[in-house]
Write a protein that binds this ligand. Structure first.
Ligand SMILES: [Zn+2]
Length: 415
């Protein structure tokens, strides 16, 4: 773990070499000063920090050397992006600053962490550990140097590009917003591939209800990420969310596999018939309902679900999976028949009990309403497995070195 996990072998070699050097130096000087064997001298310490820096930088250049075409595509994209920065507009500029500050904060945080460890290890005379700390601090210094706007993001994109994306995708990138979205598209493809899906919902970035960061829209087979947030929030927030929404895709796929494509269309039509009875639905949902109910569902994506069933196969009538598919269909309906009413009532109750007019009181009321909404929402039979999948994904992902290297651009391209 840690920022140099990728060059673990290098560290061990370095430590071995350094420790030999140190012993030589120690022997030479040990007559007059009580230097303990294997102690780290100031000169060696400085060398270790420098070595950490150089090793990390070396990794960057190795990647560029090994993957020149794709790197060039990203670098060209980044150059175009920086040139276009004044044209991009305020929100992207703010996003860039937020990202940069975030990267800098993480880099500084890691330096402090390694420095505290270094002091501790020196005190305890754990010199090999101290050598690793110093090496890490060298890497941190490069992280800090890399916190110029765009650079870490661009380098991270190089890594992803090399692993997953065809080069032509990258040449289309023309703004910071698009760079961020291209990055998320790559994550989306990766997660969907990991789940074994060849047929995938269309991914779009759209300003949806601010209560949701994303959603799977089953009528058209579209996975939406809320552009209000994707333009400013870091990608790591969205990876577990993508996993969550893809679980919903799986649920609707299972309904189609159990009941047939027309069966799914019927489930969606019933749901939208129920929606049509409720006021205050988001505009696009109201439009979809009108289409499903009055225009006989011309926007229902028959082709998409036919491809899904062809790819994943039909479910046997008495199988557990078919039974689950029925639970999903019922849960989806429950969202509108009972749960939306429960949510409205809970929100009204909170309005009555939170009577303060100060800003703080209003904020507290909003938080209480959100909590009440969430509590009812997560209990739905289609949300329970989606949140479970999201949680499991977050847990697995937090354990991977990837999360530790958001700021460590060099690591990002060498893992
Ligand atoms: Zn959900």
């Amino acid at each position: 773990m840690g920022i140099n996990a990728i060059s673990g072998n290098t560290i061990i070699t370095d430590v071995q070499t350094s420790s030999l050097n140190s012993q030589k130096e120690t022997m030479a000087g040990s007559i007059w000063q009580e230097t303990k064997p294997n102690e780290v001298t100031a000169v060696e310490g400085a060398k270790l920090i420098g070595k950490g820096f150089i090793d990390k930088a070396k990794n960057i250049f190795t990647t560029i050397k090994d993957h020149p075409v794709k790197t060039l595509a990203v670098v060209a994209g980044t150059a175009a992006l920086i040139a276009a920065a004044p044209l991009i507009g305020v929100s992207s500029a703010v996003a860039a600053s937020v990202l940069t500050l975030g990267f800098a904060a993480v880099a500084v945080g890691k330096t402090v962490y390694h420095a505290v460890d270094a002091a501790k290890h020196e005190k305890n005379e754990e010199y090999d550990e101290l050598r690793k700390d110093l090496h890490n601090i060298g890497g941190d210094v490069l992280d800090l140097a890399m916190t110029a706007p765009f650079i870490p993001k661009a380098l991270k994109t190089v890594k992803h590009a090399i692993t997953y994306a065809p080069a032509p995708t990258l040449t289309k990138i023309s703004s910071l917003k698009e760079l961020g979205q291209a990055d998320l598209k790559i994550e989306y493809e990766t997660i969907a591939n990991e789940m074994g899906f060849k047929t995938k919902p269309k991914l779009v970035f759209e300003k949806i209800n601010p209560r949701f960061a994303g959603e799977f829209e089953p009528v058209t087979g579209t996975l939406k990420l809320n552009s209000t947030y994707t333009n400013i929030a870091p990608k790591k927030m969205f990876k577990p969310l993508i996993r969550h929404e893809l679980e919903h895709y799986k649920q609707f796929s299972d309904i189609a596999r159990a009941k047939g494509v027309d069966g799914l269309k019927g489930v969606l039509k019933d749901y939208h018939l129920e929606i049509a009875k409720h006021n205050g639905m988001p505009q696009y949902l109201a439009e979809l309902s009108k289409n499903m109910v009055q225009e006989n569902g011309t926007r229902f994506n028959t082709k998409f679900y036919e491809a899904v069933v062809k790819e994943q196969g039909t479910l046997l009538a008495n199988s557990d999976e078919a039974a689950n598919a029925q639970i999903y269909a019922n849960g989806f309906m429950q969202k509108i028949t009972t749960q939306s009413q429960q949510i409205i009532e809970a929100v009204e109750t909170i309005k009555k009990t939170h009577t303060g007019t100060s800003l703080l009181a209003k904020i507290n009321m909003t938080i209480a309403q959100q909590k009440a909404f969430h509590k009812i929402y997560v209990a739905n039979p289609i949300e329970v497995p989606a949140f479970a999948a999201q949680k499991a994904y977050t847990k697995a992902w937090q354990m991977s070195p990837d999360t530790l290297t958001t700021s460590a651009a060099a690591d990002a391209i060498t893992q």
